[in-house]
Design a protein around this ligand. Structure first.
Ligand code: DX5
Ligand code: ZN
Length: 214
């Protein structure tokens, strides 16, 4: 079963509540929330305050993607803001197990992500402790970029490792995903598709969500 995680980054911030409802009511299971710190990535996006106010809109699963350096500093804040899943970057710290344990201490699912040119094998030893593995299919930092086929070996490696482990772990892809290339990642085992501009930039947002889930 494929899950869709529309990325709020591409939504209309002047009517965020309506945007969230639209994707939720049409079958999106996750809402992808991109947190950027201007350090790990060159852009700054949203913080825990905004996430806490979005939490009031509906019960969609909050899939928080932390693109921040030394993520342990902010786990408390995003847990309290209402995250259901917190994903951090392999490249952003060296205390991976500590970060995972801290996320789990809140009863929240833990995810780890790799950039397109980071070898996903580095993430494999952590899979037994994770509920989600995220393969970036663009360089993190901005929405609306072109999908990178170079990231497909990472997806293939993680898909094989998860199968071998026999654990129910979400395999998520993020960046440049649209209705045309969705099959490329689905056939390599991805079960959670993040899509920002392809969903919120579409003329028919509701129809696009339904199309992704067909
Ligand atoms: C990029 C973010 C993505 C982004 C996806 O750093 O992690 O989640 O919002 O947007 P699209 O689907 O437009 O590439
Ligand atoms: Zn993201």
């Amino acid at each position: 079963m494929i899950k869709l995680a529309p990325s709020v980054l591409a939504a209309d911030f002047t009517c965020l509540g309506e945007e969230i409802k639209k994707v939720y009511e049409n079958g999106a299971e996750y809402l992808h929330l991109d947190v950027m710190d201007g350090m790990f990535v060159p852009n700054i996006s949203l913080g825990p305050g905004m996430i806490a106010s979005m939490r009031k809109v509906c019960d969609i699963v909050f899939d928080v993607h932390l693109m921040i350096q030394d993520p342990i500093r902010y786990i408390d804040d995003f847990a309290k803001a209402g995250a259901d899943i917190i994903t951090f970057h392999y490249e952003a710290c060296d205390n991976h197990k500590e970060v995972i344990d801290k996320i789990h201490s809140y009863g929240i699912r833990a995810g780890m992500s790799v950039k397109p040119y980071t070898d996903a094998n580095l993430m494999v030893p952590f899979l037994p402790d994770l509920e989600l593995a995220l393969v970036m299919t663009v360089q993190p930092g901005f929405g609306g970029q072109k999908f990178m086929y170079e990231a497909m070996p990472n997806l293939e490696k993680l898909n094989a490792a998860i199968k071998e482990l026999g654990k129910d772990i979400d395999l998520e892809v993020d960046g440049g995903i649209n209705l045309q290339n969705a099959c490329v990642v689905k056939e390599r085992g991805a079960n959670v598709l993040v899509a920002g501009s392809a969903v919120f930039g579409a003329d028919d947002v509701a129809g696009t969500v339904r199309e992704f889930l067909k």
